[in-house]
Ligand binder design. Structure first.
Ligand code: MF3
Ligand code: CO
Ligand code: CO
Length: 251
C-alpha cells in the first residue's frame, strides 16, 4: 500500500473526473442486469466503455486478476470473476467498477436485483445501501475519527440482524488502486485517527444475511459467505473537503 498522503486541490479535481467516470460506467452496466445475461457480458460492456472513455479498467491484471470488473452474485461477497455464468430471476448481483483516468483511480459498486427477488433479499440490499450512507454521514460529524465509520455501520447492521464482513475493508485511493488508510466497517476497541481534509478513501461495507465469516475459492479470488447465505455491498469513493465528505463516485 502506498503511504498516506493528503491530496491537493489539483488531485481532488482529477479524482472527481475518474470517480465520475466510474459511477457512469457502473450506472450504465446496471442497465444490462436482467435474467438470462452472463457476467461476461457485463465485463465486456465495462471494459469497452472504460477504454472508449480514455480510461483503464483497474481490476484487469491487478495482482493477476483476469477481468475488468468484479461481479459477485448471491452468496459471493466480493471479487466474483465474470464468466459464462448466467444470472437468473431472483438473484442479486454486485457490480464493482474501478477505472483509472489520467493516473487516478475511481472505485464504486452497487448491488442490484435480477428481475423479481424475495423481500428478504431486497431488505438486505436496502440495509447494505443504508450502511454505506451512515458510514458516509459519520464523516460529516466535526472531529470524527476513522473508527466512527465502522461504528455507525455495524450498529445499523446489528439492528437488522445482519453481520458485517471483517476480512475486507475500505481503502485510501488515488494514484494507486489501494493506498494507506484502512477503513474498517465494524466496531473497534480503540478510537482511530482523526479524519482530515484531503483524505480520499472508499467506504464499501459487505453486509451478510447470516454470519460474517467468508471463504475463498481455489481460483484465489472468489470470496463466498461461509454459511452460503446472501451478501450485499455498496461502495463509494469519498473525499474529505472543507465542506465535509464529498461523494466523488456520482454521476
Ligand atoms: N474494487 C475492489 C475494491 O473495492 C477491489 C477489486 S480487486 C480486483 O477494493 F483485483 F479484484 F479487481
Ligand atoms: Co474499493
Ligand atoms: Co471496488
Amino acid at each position: 500500500m502506498a503511504k498516506l498522503r493528503l491530496k491537493s486541490k489539483r488531485e481532488l479535481e482529477l479524482m472527481r473526473n475518474s470517480c465520475r467516470l466510474a459511477a457512469e460506467i457502473l450506472e450504465r452496466s446496471a442497465e444490462l442486469v436482467k435474467p438470462g445475461i452472463t457476467t461476461d457480458e457485463i465485463n465486456t460492456f465495462v471494459h469497452d466503455y472504460t477504454v472508449r472513455n480514455g480510461a483503464y479498467p483497474s481490476p484487469l491484471n491487478y495482482h493477476g486478476y483476469p477481468k475488468s470488473v468484479c461481479t459477485s452474485v448471491n452468496d459471493c461477497v466480493t471479487h466474483g470473476i465474470p464468466g459464462p455464468f448466467i444470472i437468473k430471476e431472483g438473484d442479486i448481483i454486485n457490480i464493482d467498477v474501478t477505472c483509472q483516468l489520467e493516473g487516478y483511480h475511481g472505485d464504486c459498486s452497487a448491488t442490484y436485483p435480477v428481475g423479481i427477488i424475495a423481500p428478504s433479499a431486497q431488505n438486505l440490499i436496502d440495509v447494505a445501501r443504508q450502511c454505506l450512507a451512515v458510514g458516509i454521514a459519520a464523516c460529516a460529524v466535526p472531529k470524527a475519527r476513522l473508527s466512527d465509520i465502522g461504528l455507525a455501520i455495524e450498529d445499523l447492521a446489528d439492528e437488522h440482524g445482519y453481520s458485517v464482513v471483517r476480512d475486507y475493508c475500505g481503502h485510501g485511493i488515488g494514484r494507486q488502486f489501494h493506498e494507506d488508510l484502512l477503513v474498517l466497517h465494524y466496531r473497534q476497541n480503540r478510537p482511530g485517527p482523526l479524519l482530515e481534509e484531503g483524505m480520499i478513501f472508499t467506504i464499501e461495507p459487505m453486509i451478510n444475511e447470516g454470519g460474517w465469516k467468508v471463504k475463498t475459492l481455489n481460483d484465489g479470488w472468489t470470496v463466498l459467505t461461509a454459511d452460503g447465505k446472501l451478501s450485499a455491498q455498496f461502495e463509494h469513493t469519498i473525499a474529505l473537503t472543507s465542506n465535509g465528505p464529498e461523494i466523488l463516485t456520482k454521476t
